[in-house]
Design a protein around this ligand. Structure first.
Ligand SMILES: [Zn+2]
Length: 182
């Protein structure tokens, strides 16, 4: 049997370990027999297609190499990503003072970023919108995809805020040491 031959399957015949979202009724990818088959599956249309590509879109922006997970691995660690910009922001606010942070520190951008991450994570956690339209968001626009899109948008906002900040620091003659970087 050629390992590339498979069809999408409905939710109720998925093995338990792949039952992640009860509101996506059809179009699921069955367990993949090999990494090769899994890799090829990213070019097929199923419930993970949008997740995979929006995920790669985010990674492609150049956020280090955490290794591309193409939707074959559980993804419990994802919501933690949203916190990655918040800790340095708090650190900056505390060490530089809130007023300075608000005016020159581009904290508005960072707040926007945080709210994008939080909104995306909340949609994902609550399974919105597929919860309200079971079976209608199987392939496109389910919460996991929206979450990725919010994360990517948040990352752009973060990048913008940080570039403004670095520009300012450069102007006032402060160094751009790694340790100082937000
Ligand atoms: Zn994901």
């Amino acid at each position: 049997v050629w390992e590339g031959r498979w069809r999408v399957i409905p939710h109720d015949v998925l093995p338990d370990w792949l039952k992640d979202n009860d509101f996506l009724l059809h179009g699921h990818r069955p367990p993949m027999p090999s990494f090769r088959a899994c890799f090829r599956s990213i070019f097929r249309i199923h419930t993970e297609t949008g997740n995979i590509w929006t995920h790669l879109l985010g990674e492609g922006r150049g956020r280090g190499s955490r290794g591309s997970r193409v939707g074959c691995v559980p993804r419990a660690e994802e919501p933690c990503r949203g916190l990655s910009g918040i800790i340095p922001t708090l650190h900056y606010v505390i060490s530089e003072g809130f007023l300075k942070a608000a005016t020159i520190g581009q904290i508005g951008w960072l707040m926007l970023m945080a709210s994008l991450y939080i909104t995306g994570a909340a949609l994902y956690a609550a399974r919105i919108p597929e919860r309200f339209f079971p079976g209608k968001c199987d392939i496109w626009f389910h919460s996991h995809q929206l979450f990725h899109i919010f994360v990517v948008a948040g990352a752009f906002v973060h990048f913008h805020g940080v570039s403004n900040l670095q520009e300012f620091r450069f102007m006032v003659g402060g160094g751009c040491s790694e340790e100082d970087a937000l």
